[in-house]
Design a protein around this ligand. Structure first.
Ligand SMILES: *[C@@H]1O[C@H](CO)[C@@H](O)[C@H](O)[C@H]1NC(C)=O
Length: 348
């Protein structure tokens, strides 16, 4: 609110300045100032659109969150599988899996390589860790768990295990569960988009670099970075309406039909691992949203609602952690904020 008033005041002040200066016929300066005014107005409009999204989508998110009751049995609020974790990367799958758990999943599984498993287990006794990714029958080992999983997060700290991934993604699609693909998982999709194309419960969470690679793989031309919203929409359409979450200063979320923007809160501090909080929490929100009645999301695509929930939660965690730790903010600090950030956004 204060920011809006300030923007208004600045805009008015600049318009007055423009009027005065043009009366004095200082053309170049006038031109510069008018441009400046336009820029200010544009960022004001951007803020308004994002605020409208916040006002209209947050209530839908709330409708999809299962109430905490003692009547349910363990596992009903979500069993999430994270595929990733190799010798070099053990943090990413841990962050994704623990975030899923803290957002409200009952169980969080990690499928990783043997040498990553002990490390990940030692970070947390709360996760179920399967040292299967480098075993000769990896696909069967993962497949036998699929009937018990409600959604899958593919990619955090994965390394490039394409053959296994292809089969696991195919099998998960046939079970109809949401599949969130991030990081190295996106590298595979850029090589073979047909793997996820047309899967309505597929969600890709690229950063700008990964987005560029995907876009160029689908469109065979460089992207126009001055209009990322429309590029994201084009990419989603080309991929058969999978949901795209383009992470950045402004998070852009689209299913080819609607485009949502999230600039909620956040800070200037971005730390490695923040994307894992996003993908892990998205795994849970996606399960909740697709298993809600269509009425809960008022006809809006449930994966869009889930993606908006995960981006706003991640940004809220970032803000709160930044308020406490400033430039020393890390992903672990953000994860500690999940409880209060969740309450602030979705339970008030
Ligand atoms: C994707 O969305 C667009 C825009 O709403 C729609 O015209 C198109 O039919 C959709 N494609 C698929 C494969 O659902």
């Amino acid at each position: 609110m204060e920011a809006k008033l300030l923007l208004c005041a600045v805009t008015v002040a600049l318009s007055v300045a423009v009027a005065l200066l043009s009366a004095m016929k200082i053309d170049a300066l006038t031109c510069f100032l008018s441009l400046f005014t336009i820029v200010i107005e544009r960022s004001f409009t951007l803020g308004r659109t994002a605020q409208r999204n916040m006002d209209s989508v947050l209530p839908l998110v709330k409708n999809t969150i299962p109430p905490l009751t003692s009547k349910k049995h363990k596992g009903q609020d979500g069993r999430i599988g994270v595929i990733g974790g190799c010798q070099e990367y053990t943090g990413a799958p841990y962050f994704a899996a623990i975030s899923a758990l803290k957002v409200g999943a009952d169980l969080s599984h990690v499928f990783c390589t043997k040498d990553a498993a002990t490390v990940i287990k030692s970070y947390s006794p709360e996760l179920i860790v399967h040292p299967v990714l480098d075993s000769p029958n990896a696909v069967e080992e993962i497949e036998k768990w699929l009937p018990r999983l409600h959604s899958l997060v593919v990619g955090p700290g994965l390394g490039r295990e394409d053959v296994i991934l292809k089969e696991v993604i195919e099998k998960s699609k046939s079970r109809g569960i949401p599949i969130v693909i991030d990081a190295d998982g996106l590298w595979l999709i850029a090589k073979d988009p047909s793997l996820i194309q047309f899967y309505q419960r597929g969600i890709l969470t690229p950063n700008f670099m990964e987005f560029t690679r995907l876009y160029e793989a689908m469109h065979h031309r460089p992207l126009d970075s001055t209009d990322l919203k429309s590029c994201a929409q084009q990419l989603s359409l080309a991929m058969g309406n999978v949901t795209i979450v383009l992470k950045g200063e402004e998070d852009i979320i689209t299913d080819g039909n609607r485009v949502l923007s999230c600039i909620h809160s956040g800070s200037g501090r971005r730390c490695g691992g923040q994307g894992d909080l996003l993908s892990g929490s998205l795994g849970v929100f996606a399960h909740w949203a697709v298993s809600s009645t269509p009425d809960a999301t008022k006809g809006m695509n449930p994966t869009l609602v889930a993606a908006f929930a995960a981006t706003s939660l991640t940004r809220q965690c970032n803000r709160q952690a930044f308020d406490r730790h400033g430039r020393a903010t890390t992903t672990s600090d953000m994860i500690q904020e999940i409880c209060t950030a969740f309450r602030k956004l979705f339970e008030s």
